[in-house]
Design a protein around this ligand. Structure first.
Ligand code: NAI
Length: 298
């Protein structure tokens, strides 16, 4: 009885909705670890682009993983790709799905529309998970009638490289669901941590206020950007300084998160907005991706 429980609950077939930065990474890693994956997005053009990105990324992975056996590397890429099916209809392939992971645009209304439709279409055993960074899992789940089979799976960018997954439970999440999500994260070769459904979960709740404090320090003129970053690298052992990190994450993303929290918790000083940040974003200086943020990039 006990030995069969885990294999009965094991996740074999996965549907990933949204094939952008995060969704394509999740689909790739799930397929590379022997899961059958359906990757869904709005158009075939987007899906084709995502598949190409996955192929490129897999080739990189295989060069490292099979450096002494290029034939096995090629086979790994082909086999992984053969486990990914693409679709523009989220409900179409869901009958077989054990786990559905949502990685679409960060907008509650759009996520609700999707989950309301999928809740009707999906078989009762299918577990739903959201990869949201900043929206409450409980609020996303509230549109469905399967809150016991709902949780958060928060991956990190770039998904194939970043080892961490935050597994988020809401009060309704059943033990079986939580275990299945936790176990699945391990099967992907990731290290899961567990967290309640609280703003920013673990990583962003600590990281975003830290980044904001460094921006406020700059704003007050206490130290230069370069000196703040050098100090935290050499004095605290961080691989990147907070302002470099903000540029890497994207200043628009940082602003989006802090604005959302500030609106919800207006008296929390750690969540207060910053004029420098707002100004940089208004001038489309978004960090690395736009060529300039706190620093200039070639
Ligand atoms: P993205 O913009 O790269 O990709 C989103 C994809 O979803 C796009 O391809 C879009 O066409 C598709 N999409 C939008 N609405 C859809 C719908 N109704 N049905 C099917 N597909 C739809 O966004 P990204 O960065 O991958 O983020 C996705 C989610 O992951 C968001 O909830 C975000 O908060 C979260 N996240 C993002 C991280 C990041 O570093 N970018 C890190 C961890 C979580």
């Amino acid at each position: 009885f006990f030995s069969t429980t885990s294999s009965q609950n094991a996740i074999k077939t996965v549907t990933v909705i949204g094939s952008g930065l995060m969704g394509s990474g999740i689909a790739q890693v799930a397929a590379a670890t022997n899961h059958k994956v359906t990757m869904v997005d709005q158009t075939d053009a987007i899906l084709t682009k995502s598949l190409n990105a996955i192929e490129k990324s897999l080739e990189k992975v295989s060069k490292k993983k099979f450096k002494d056996d290029p034939e096995a590397g090629k086979q790994f890429v082909t086999d992984t790709l053969s486990r990914i099916t693409i679709s523009t209809d989220p409900a179409a392939n869901i009958a077989e799905t054990d786990l559905l992971i949502e990685a679409i645009v960060e907008n509650m209304r759009v996520k609700h529309n999707l989950f309301a439709e999928l809740d009707k279409a999906a078989p009762s055993h299918t577990i739903f998970a959201s990869n949201t960074s900043s929206l409450p899992i409980a609020e996303i789940a509230s549109i469905t009638k399967r809150q016991d089979r709902f949780g958060g799976l928060h991956f990190f960018n770039p998904v194939p490289l970043m080892k961490l997954v935050e597994v988020i439970r809401i009060p309704e999440t059943s033990e079986e669901t939580f275990d299945a999500l936790y176990q699945f994260s391990k099967e992907l070769g990731k290290v899961p941590v567990s967290c309640k459904d609280t703003p920013g979960f673990i990583v962003n709740r600590l990281l975003v206020p830290y980044i904001m404090e460094s921006i406020r320090m700059l704003e007050r003129g206490d130290a230069s950007a370069k000196d703040i970053d050098t100090a935290m690298k050499l004095g605290a052992g961080y691989p990147m300084g907070p302002l470099e990190l903000a540029d890497y994450v994207g200043l628009d993303t940082t602003k989006f998160i802090i604005d959302g929290w500030h609106e919800k918790y207006p008296t929390e000083p750690l969540f207060s907005p910053s004029e420098i940040l707002n100004d940089l974003v208004a001038r489309n200086k978004l960090g690395r991706k736009s060529g300039e943020g706190f620093y200039k990039y070639e």
